[in-house]
Design a protein around this ligand. Sequence first.
Ligand SMILES: Cc1cc2nc3c(=O)[nH]c(=O)nc-3n(C[C@H](O)[C@H](O)[C@H](O)COP(=O)(O)O)c2cc1C
Length: 184
Amino acid sequence: MKILGIEGSPRKDGNTEKLVKQVLAGAHEAGGRTEFLKLAELSINYCRGCGSCRATGQCVIEDDMDRAVEAIQQSDVIVMGSPIYAWQVSGTTKVFMDRLCRLLTPEYKSRLNGPKKIAFAYTQGNPDPNLFKPYFDYQEKVYAFLGFTLAGRVQATGTRTKEDILSQDQTLSTAFAFGQELAT
Ligand SMILES: Cc1cc2nc3c(=O)[nH]c(=O)nc-3n(C[C@H](O)[C@H](O)[C@H](O)COP(=O)(O)O)c2cc1C
């Protein structure tokens, strides 16, 4: 079982990175093989809207998106992490999402090479855990449309400084247990 964490905060070692890594730690403990990709450390350019990828499955832009898609194809479970920016995923995460267009054929069939689960890890400054629920529900449908099986989410709230999540024992243990569950 391979579990891939993909994380879209531009901030190095921030709360989202820590949350995704905590899920991966649980998955590793349960016997899963894990890999972590930080989108901000990759070169992933904006989609140009040329439409080539829908026809061919290949993007005309040569950058690290090839590596990211290859890592997805080699995995059984994806853990997609993003901070909330302006009530949405971060721009870094959205640019990555746009580039996943190649996973769909012109007939909207998925090009995923087998069944894959996807789980989500969100962090937000606002303390209200329900504030973005309609957005999370909506956002995750995009991945279901691409062919992933939705496998749940973990969330840290009230995280502002980079270390805030470290004092949230319950969030960290929930994330660890979630990772264990994903790997079994
Ligand atoms: C540009 C920007 C926009 C943000 N917008 C929101 C927001 O709309 N709602 C919210 O709850 N938190 C918002 N936040 C706070 C972050 O979601 C929060 O601090 C998050 O944990 C940061 O993740 P990181 O530590 O991985 O960078 C924003 C932060 C930034 C930098």
